[in-house]
Design a protein. Structure first.
Length: 291
C-alpha cells in the first residue's frame, strides 16, 4: 500500500489516484478535486505511463496471447527433412510396399499436403487391428492412400465404404488398390458423403461399423460426426483429421471452415457418448471411442 498522500497511475487508463490523509481508501483525483496537489509534470508523467502500459498490453494480447510455439506438421509437409521426424520414421514406420508407392505418387500432386501423413495412417491401421475392425467408413478419399492403408488392415471379408465427390483424384489410387490385392474390399461412393451415410442408415446399418475416418469438407464435420456416431458400434472409433487446422483454431476469426472445426472440437470434448483423445499427430487428430 502506498503511503498516505502519495500518487499512483492506474495501469489501464492512466487515471491518477491518491490516498487521502486520514482515509483508508483510494480516491480518484478527479473525484477528490485534489489535482492541485501535484505538479503538471507529475500529472503528465503518470498519464503517459498509463497510456504506454495500456498500448503495450493490448498489443501484446493481440500479437502473442493466441499464438503457439507448437508446430503441427506432417512428415511430408512441414516436417519434411526434419531430423527428429526422420528419426521417427526410420524407427517406427512399417509401410506396405504398394502403400509406399502410392504415397510417392501422391507427392507429385500439387495438393499432396491433403494426404494423410504416413505416421498417422500407421496409427489408424494399428487401431483398426487392435479392435479387430471389419467394416470401415472413410469420408474424404483424395488419392486413396488412407483408403488403401485401412483396406490392408481389415480382414479379407472386410469392407471400406470410401466416400468422395472427386473421381479424378481417386483415379490416381485405384491402380494401387488393385496391385495390393484389396480392390474388392473397397466400396467407392462418388457422391456427397452425407447421402451415402443416410443410405447406410436407411438400409439398417446403424451400429454395424467398427471404425470411421473423417477427413473431408470441414463445414460438414459436425454432420459427419453425428451420422458416424449412429453407424459405429459401441467400442468403435471415430478418427477426425485436421482438428488443429495448422494452428488456426487459436484464431478462427470469421473463417467458416475453422469455426466448424473449433465447434466440433468443443462438442466432442463435452460429448458424454464418447471418450476421446486429441493428439498432435500430423495436423491433429481426435480419436473418439463410442461408449
Amino acid at each position: 500500500l502506498a503511503p498516505s498522500g502519495s500518487v499512483q497511475s492506474c495501469f489501464l487508463c492512466g487515471a491518477l489516484f491518491c490516498r487521502c490523509r486520514g482515509s483508508s481508501r483510494w480516491k480518484g483525483s478527479f473525484e477528490t478535486g485534489e489535482m492541485s496537489h501535484f505538479s503538471k509534470d507529475t500529472l503528465l508523467a503518470a498519464a503517459a505511463l498509463g497510456v504506454t502500459f495500456t498500448a503495450g498490453l493490448l498489443l501484446g494480447r493481440k500479437c502473442f496471447s493466441h499464438k503457439s510455439s507448437l508446430k503441427t506438421f506432417k512428415s511430408h509437409s512441414g516436417a519434411k527433412g526434419d531430423p527428429l521426424m526422420d528419426y521417427v520414421l526410420q524407427n517406427s514406420l512399417r509401410e506396405h510396399p504398394v502403400l509406399k508407392k502410392l504415397r510417392k505418387r501422391t507427392l507429385q500432386d500439387p495438393m499432396s499436403r491433403m494426404m494423410v501423413a504416413c505416421e498417422q495412417a500407421q496409427l489408424m491401421a494399428n487401431l483398426i487391428k487392435l479392435i479387430k475392425a471389419k467394416n470401415v467408413i472413410e469420408i474424404g478419399v483424395y488419392t486413396g492412400y488412407s483408403t488403401l492403408n485401412m483396406a490392408l488392415a481389415i480382414p479379407a471379408d472386410g469392407k471400406v465404404i470410401a466416400c468422395d465427390i472427386n473421381l479424378e483424384f481417386v483415379k490416381v489410387g485405384t491402380p494401387f488398390w488393385k496391385e495390393a490385392g484389396v480392390e474388392h474390399k473397397i466400396d467407392l461412393q462418388i457422391q456427397p458423403a452425407a447421402d451415402t451415410l443416410d443410405e447406410l442408415l436407411e438400409a439398417g446399418k446403424a451400429e454395424s461399423f467398427d471404425f470411421a475416418f473423417i477427413d473431408a469438407d470441414k463445414e460438414n464435420y459436425s454432420l459427419y460426426y453425428e451420422k458416424c456416431l449412429q453407424l459405429i458400434r459401441k467400442g468403435g472409433i471415430i478418427a477426425i483429421d485436421n482438428v488443429l487446422w495448422n494452428g488456426l483454431v487459436l484464431n478462427p476469426g470469421n473463417d467458416p471452415e475453422t469455426l466448424s472445426i473449433v465447434k466440433l472440437n468443443e462438442k466432442v470434448y463435452r460429448d458424454s457418448r464418447v471418450i476421446m483423445s486429441m493428439i498432435t499427430v500430423g495436423d491433429g487428430v481426435t480419436l473418439a471411442f463410442k461408449l
